[in-house]
Design a protein around this ligand. Structure first.
Ligand SMILES: C[S@@+](CC[C@H](N)C(=O)[O-])C[C@H]1O[C@@H](n2cnc3c(N)ncnc32)[C@H](O)[C@@H]1O
Length: 210
């Protein structure tokens, strides 16, 4: 062994988790995303940290053109396979990238999804700033993540990676926040299910400045 260890990248860690199981998360799309995005005219969507693509593939099946970004190759292979199986392959583009580096095209997306992405604090505001910049005028962002009160029950153990209403409100500054609340939700993963507190937000970029 050398004198120090290089920490594994987000992709390596997540590849290991995905490779250890056929399906790590539920394959159902987020129920609130279905409710909120279901009434929108379809367009271009960006799913940041798409995982195995439950939201990206649902959106593609509705007619959205989706860019699914994740650092895990294993997860993205599952997204591509599922989209192919569901006849949506031409509507899903998978991008293997670490969100540290990934900068989406500005103003290009009618919907940005940030679902259960619990980033280290230093990356959190960068990713949200890029997500907001990626919105087209009138575009929506959907965010869901585990509340800090659920630390130890769901998501990463570090509470600094989890959400509060205030943290999310501040991350979405500049958008019209249409909905922002905590919810008790069923959390499924790793073969178990229990109730946890989540925070969800639905916000919109104004159609024109001023
Ligand atoms: C908890 S899973 C959520 C997956 C999906 N959004 C969902 O709601 O089912 C988090 C995902 O974010 C990805 N991820 C975490 N950190 C990342 C980073 N820095 N860059 C890109 N992807 C990342 C992981 O690979 C993983 O697939």
């Amino acid at each position: 062994m050398g004198g120090f260890e290089v920490p594994p990248s987000a992709g390596e860690e997540w590849d290991r988790r995905y490779a250890a199981s056929d399906h790590v998360w539920t394959s159902e799309p987020d129920a609130l995303l279905v409710e909120l995005a279901g009434s929108l005219t379809t367009g271009n969507a960006l799913d940041l940290g798409s995982g195995e693509g439950r939201n990206a593939c649902w959106l593609a099946a509705q007619g959205w053109q989706v860019v699914a970004v994740d650092a895990s190759k294993v997860a993205l292979e599952r997204v591509a396979a599922r989209a192919e199986k569901e006849g949506s392959a031409e509507r899903v583009r998978c991008v293997l990238a670490d969100l540290v580096d990934f900068v989406p095209d500005e103003g290009a997306f009618d919907l940005v999804v940030v679902s259960n992405l619990h980033l280290e604090p230093a990356l959190h505001s960068t990713v949200f700033d890029r997500a907001k910049a990626a919105l087209a005028p009138g575009g929506h962002v959907f965010v869901v993540g585990h509340h800090r009160d659920s630390a130890g029950l769901a998501g990463p153990p570090d509470p600094e990676r989890l959400y509060t209403e205030e943290r999310l409100h501040s991350a979405l500054r500049g958008l019209d926040v249409l909905r922002l609340e905590r919810l008790s939700r069923r959390h499924e993963g790793h073969g178990s299910a229990h109730d946890v507190t989540d925070v969800v937000a639905w916000a919109r970029r104004a159609t024109s400045a001023g």
